[in-house]
Design a protein around this ligand. Structure first.
Ligand code: ADP
Ligand code: MG
Length: 615
């Protein structure tokens, strides 16, 4: 029988390889950007048309290629970056496989112009489906420009598989972020369909993050640094209060390469434990540097999955480093309702030795003397301040808060009543309200004791107020003395435009909504001036999510989002006046029993319930 095994022609082999390397336009963007960086570029331009389907172009001012190299670069396994297997364990470049250009040229129309610094002229090569169609001499600045047109022109199945331009652009933008975030020392410009969407000057890491994700990001970042024998960690985490419902900004880089690592991600989440709710995602930008020989980036062709030699140690170091940063920068728990911050050791004291308390003995103390402890206690009870009442419950540990509450009341009523209060004083005190564990507002009603969940109740009040204002257009606006200028990215700006009318109805005033700049000239009374940026940010991100289920009207979504963000929180101290207002306003609502998120706003513990406790 005749031999049947044949070597595949190069262009077929290349097409097959291309399937691995190039999944979508974003993969091309990644490869071209990385090549430009490997070539030592200081300034890189990325030009995209139609989500990369029509054009992907990268222009760099790097070292360029000679005429021979220019041709060779399109051969498979042609690389200038490694020459032996040993080099694989000591990689300092992004590329090393020599596959990218060959793969791209197999499935697209590629046009490359490149000039070495010392040469007078450059080389212009056109290549289509792995075939060189022309080669000319060209006058051009030093560096390289590669355009990739009509991606997958010869693989219709792949081309049809591409998503909408918008989705492909999003993938491209993700890749762009990943590359730009590790190279703040390189300037980047990104044009989409003729308009510039990113212009990133050469800078430092922190500013690069802010240039990409918005200037308000800068205040949210907490630096992280640690240097051990195993790893050097630098970068930033976002303060816990800016955690997001969606994954948002989570970036790991190892030796200047974007990586994905569910395991290390877990270490970060573990460090945030107790500081954010479990359904929220912390933001981070973490740069790890490890010995190149201790990391295997080779296990996946698109190279985002990596394997570290000693992952467990890395996990532990990462987790404790982040905890340390969170502590050092005094990032206090904001959402842990059951946690009593009074019991925390301030971070600055944690590493100090404990000092023995001094005990001084009052030699003249006589427990049988007239001015004893009893009268002192009763005095402090005669003028109950909110703080005093709260003080009663401090230190009481109970999981069922209802129990804690009633048992305390029972104690104070059972033991002290009569001796501490006259009948009148008692009635007067009970007619008002007090705050319990900065979470509930308690008052009396005919049938017993009213316990209001301050956060949910306020959400209900604000929800109805905003809903009314959006529909009736009567929101009271507070003019800002100094209008606030905020920048938003294109997508967020779109949303802001979409909801602008409703926002105006409730009291926001905007002057210009263009060029990613928004001038806020007025805000609703309920919005504190210092929190405008944050409120708008959350508004936009919650609105994006709120609308996804599609069952609510725009007014409802906005009212919900605003009420959630502006309502008093658990942990907020309310003065007497605010407590009373909360009670009165809640019962003036159309639906006082439930928060806009369908949670109970208040409960009444009846006299019968209390009686039962005594039986
Ligand atoms: P790799 O990056 O893995 O080496 P590529 O196929 O991406 O493989 O590139 C092949 C070779 O072409 C590179 O090793 C490099 O020498 C050269 N090259 C590619 N892009 C550029 C560029 N923008 N500037 C200079 N040289 C480049
Ligand atoms: Mg490469």
């Amino acid at each position: 029988m005749a031999d049947i095994i044949k070597l595949l022609p190069d262009h077929v082999a290349n097409q097959i390889a291309a399937g691995e390397v190039v999944q979508r336009p974003a993969s091309v963007v990644k490869e071209l950007l990385e090549n430009a960086i490997d070539a030592g570029a200081m300034s890189i331009k990325l030009i995209i048309k139609d989500g990369g389907k029509t054009l992907i172009q990268v222009v760099d001012d790097g070292k360029g290629m000679s005429e021979t190299d220019a041709r060779l670069s399109f051969e498979r396994h042609a690389t200038s970056k490694i020459s032996s297997a040993q080099d694989l364990f000591n990689l300092h470049t992004k590329g090393f496989r020599g596959e990218a250009l060959a793969s791209i040229a197999a499935i697209a129309h590629v046009d490359m112009q490149t000039r070495l610094e010392g040469n007078e002229v450059g080389t212009h090569i056109k290549i289509e489906g792995s075939k060189i169609v022309s080669q000319e001499v060209v006058a051009m600045p030093k560096g390289t420009s590669i355009s990739v047109k009509n991606l997958f022109f010869n693989i219709p199945a792949r081309r049809n598989f591409l998503k909408s331009n918008q989705v492909e652009l999003r993938h491209i933008t993700d890749e762009f972020h990943r590359v730009a975030l590790v190279h703040p020392n390189i300037a980047f410009h990104f044009y989409n369909n003729g308009s510039e969407i990113f212009s990133l000057p050469k800078t430092k890491h922190r500013q690069r993050i802010a240039h990409i994700f918005g200037s308000r990001m800068e205040d949210r970042l907490v630096p992280v640094t640690e240097e051990t024998e195993v790893v050097k960690i630098s970068g930033f985490i976002c303060k816990p209060e800016f955690s997001k419902k969606s994954r948002g900004e989570q970036f790991f880089f190892a030796n200047d390469r974007y990586i994905k690592s569910p395991y290390l991600h877990h270490a970060v989440v573990a460090a945030f434990e107790g500081l954010i709710k479990t359904d929220m995602h912390p933001g981070y930008f973490l740069y790890l540097e490890v010995d190149p020989s201790s990391i295997d980036i080779n296990i996946h062709p698109t190279k985002t999955e990596v394997k570290f030699d000693d992952e467990n140690t890395l996990y532990a170091i990462l987790r404790s480093t982040i905890k340390h940063s969170l502590g050092q920068f005094n990032v206090a728990p904001v959402l842990d309702f059951d946690h009593d911050p009074n019991l925390d050791t301030p971070y600055a004291y944690k590493e100090k030795d404990a000092i023995l308390p001094k005990v001084t003995v009052d030699a003249s103390f006589n427990p049988f003397k007239e001015t004893g402890t009893v009268s002192r206690v009763s005095r402090s009870f005669q003028k109950p301040s909110t703080k005093g009442w709260e003080g009663l419950y401090e230190g009481l540990q109970s999981d069922a808060e209802g129990d804690t509450f009633s048992s305390v009341v029972i104690e104070s009523e059972g033991e002290e009543q009569g001796t501490l209060y006259s009948e009148d004083e008692l009635a007067e005190h009970m007619a008002t309200t007090f705050q319990l564990r900065r979470k509930f507002v308690v008052s009396t009603v005919k049938s017993g004791m009213l316990v209001i969940h301050q956060n949910r109740a306020h959400e209900r009040i604000l929800f109805e107020k905003f809903l009314g204002e959006i529909t009736v257009k009567e929101g009271v606006s507070q003019q800002l003395l100094f209008p606030l200028e905020l920048t938003f990215n294109k997508q967020d700006l779109g949303i802001l435009n979409e909801i602008q009318e409703s926002l105006t109805n409730i009291g926001f005033a905007f002057e210009s909504l263009e060029h990613e700049m928004v001038k806020v000239t007025g805000v609703p009374l309920a919005v504190p001036e210092s929190g405008i940026g944050t409120v708008l940010d959350r508004l936009i991100s919650d609105y994006k999510e709120g609308f996804s289920d599609g069952s609510l009207s725009q007014a409802e979504v906005l009212a919900k989002v605003l009420s959630k963000n502006l309502a008093v929180k658990t942990g907020d101290v309310l003065d007497q006046e605010s407590q009373l207002a909360l009670v009165n306003n809640l019962f003036a609502c159309k639906e006082p029993t439930l928060s806009p998120f369908q949670k109970l706003t208040y409960t009444i513990i009846s006299e019968g319930d209390i009686d039962k406790k005594f039986s």
